[in-house]
Ligand binder design. Structure first.
Ligand SMILES: NC(=O)c1ccc[n+]([C@@H]2O[C@H](COP(=O)([O-])OP(=O)(O)OC[C@H]3O[C@@H](n4cnc5c(N)ncnc54)[C@H](O)[C@@H]3O)[C@@H](O)[C@H]2O)c1
Length: 437
């Protein structure tokens, strides 16, 4: 069985590499020629643990890459994994999805093959039926269910765990009509993951499942951040003990209960914004999700206030931001809250130095010459009046009195509580920890 995958980012390249490493014949398509060149040479164009070795194995097996969707003509299954970012107003931006759908429609018009088009990208409810299907039928002149299949198949992988989650997903969701094309997709997944629940549903339900999933995770984070803010006002109270304990209640669960500077990354912020926008347009006031977003934004505002309270003003002051990636073990900085923090500090006139073990090259593309880029923690904090730990990189857990000895004023904000047990010769504030009595 030949498989096509359009869009070789975190989702598409992980999926392509895992399938090819298992012996499937896979053709990956992307418009980014630089990216494809790297992939062809066995180099993953972003940092994702374990993907490099998986890619090398898959290139030795049956992974081919191309810029041309026509190369997918003989594929039985064509997965779409292009980006679905947000517009400025929060609405989902379907430009890439429409672009790819146009090309697939033209491909269908010319072929005698009957593939199933499977949408893995996160798309707002009704996109499959109201946007993708009409384009495919119009441009191909062919009929769904007879000449081609169309299935919505949202992806749930986590960056930094992309290979693991592609190998061992917790669920497979398939939305669409229960016809022979759906049976083919179901069989493909059953063969790939024998013991994973497969949920068969319609398009709209499959689409909203993904948003419900991400909105719930964002809600957990904003919830624990609000509890953390309360904890900070009670001497000696520790939010980690609170989250660890409530997480033992099986009704709550322990994941996504790490208090911090707010959720970021390529999925939660954009998906929460998109569902808020969608819900509002439907006439359903998204009160809870709006509060989740507002609480999230407040975390960075609180850090700025804390800096002002402790060093007086930000204008002209040297401040270090440690960690730009939205979480450790990735170089992905899309919608990272560190970007928001740095931008706000720069706007207030701060002289900002930044450090990140993996994401500095991506950070340069955003901040250009507005900040200084340092390649060690001690260099980044040198001469600073404040250092803010934003990402829980292991490297930052090693911060000690030696690393901060050249700070002008030793004031540290630890948004992840990763050095709370160090006896630092510094004024120390951690999100979610009440001050020591
Ligand atoms: N990153 C995640 O953790 C994650 C998890 C679950 C779901 N998702 C969803 O999966 C989708 C993809 O996310 P991602 O993080 O892999 O995105 P990404 O930006 O890393 O990759 C998308 C790729 O699509 C390519 N592309 C864009 N237009 C194209 C076209 N016309 N033809 C061929 N290729 C094209 C881009 O060059 C890029 O390489 C999004 O909808 C996202 O919301 C992402």
């Amino acid at each position: 069985m030949k498989i096509g995958i359009i869009g070789l980012g975190f989702v598409g390249l992980s999926f392509a590499s895992v399938l090819a490493s298992k012996g499937y014949s896979v053709i990956g398509v992307d418009v980014d020629k630089e990216k494809l060149k790297k992939i062809k040479n066995g180099v993953v164009p972003f940092y994702e643990p374990k993907l490099q070795s998986m890619l090398k194995k898959s290139l030795k097996n049956c992974l081919k890459v191309s810029t041309n969707i026509s190369d997918l003509e003989k594929c039985s299954l064509i997965f779409v994994t292009v980006g679905t970012p947000q517009k400025k107003n929060g609405e989902i931006d379907l430009t890439m999805i429409k672009n790819v759908t146009n090309k697939i429609g033209k491909l269908l018009s010319k072929t005698r093959y009957k593939p199933v088009i499977i949408i893995k990208s996160t798309i707002i409810p009704r996109t499959t039926q109201r946007v993708i299907l009409p384009i495919l039928q119009r441009l191909s002149g062919k009929k769904i269910g007879k000449d081609f299949g169309l299935v919505t198949n949202p992806e749930f992988l986590r960056e930094t765990m992309a290979v693991h989650d592609t190998l061992y997903p917790h669920v497979i969701v398939l939305g669409g009509d229960n016809n022979s094309f759906m049976k083919k997709v179901r069989k493909f997944y059953y063969n790939l993951h024998h013991n994973v629940p497969i949920v068969l549903t319609n398009y709209g339900t499959a689409e909203i499942i993904k948003y419900a999933n991400n909105s719930f995770l964002a809600t957990k984070i904003s919830f624990i951040n609000q509890i953390a803010n309360i904890c900070e006002e009670i001497p000696d109270v520790n939010v980690d003990d609170v989250s660890r304990t409530i997480g033992l209640d099986p009704r709550i669960g322990n994941l996504f209960l790490d208090a911090g500077p707010g959720y970021g990354g390529s999925c939660l912020p954009k998906d929460v914004k998109a569902i808020i926008d969608f819900s509002t347009k439907l006439g359903v006031n998204p009160t809870l999700l709006a509060a989740v977003e507002k609480t999230n934004k407040q975390q960075i505002n609180s850090i700025i206030e804390l800096i002002k309270q402790n060093i007086g003003k930000i204008h002209g002051e040297k401040i270090a931001v440690l960690g730009i990636a939205f979480k450790p073990e990735t170089d992905d900085i899309r919608d990272s809250v560190s970007i928001e923090l740095v931008n706000m500090l720069v706007k207030l006139g701060g002289k900002i130095s930044i450090h990140d073990p993996k994401a500095i090259e991506n950070a340069r593309k955003i901040f250009r010459d507005k900040v200084k880029y340092l390649n060690s923690v001690s260099a980044a904090v040198k001469d600073c009046n404040c250092a803010v730990i934003m990402t829980a990189w292991n490297e930052y857990k090693k911060i000690n009195n030696e690393s901060i000895k050249h700070m002008t004023t030793k004031f540290i904000i630890d948004s992840r509580r990763i050095i709370s047990n160090k006896n630092l010769n510094a004024k120390y504030f951690a999100i979610g920890l009440g001050q020591k009595l």
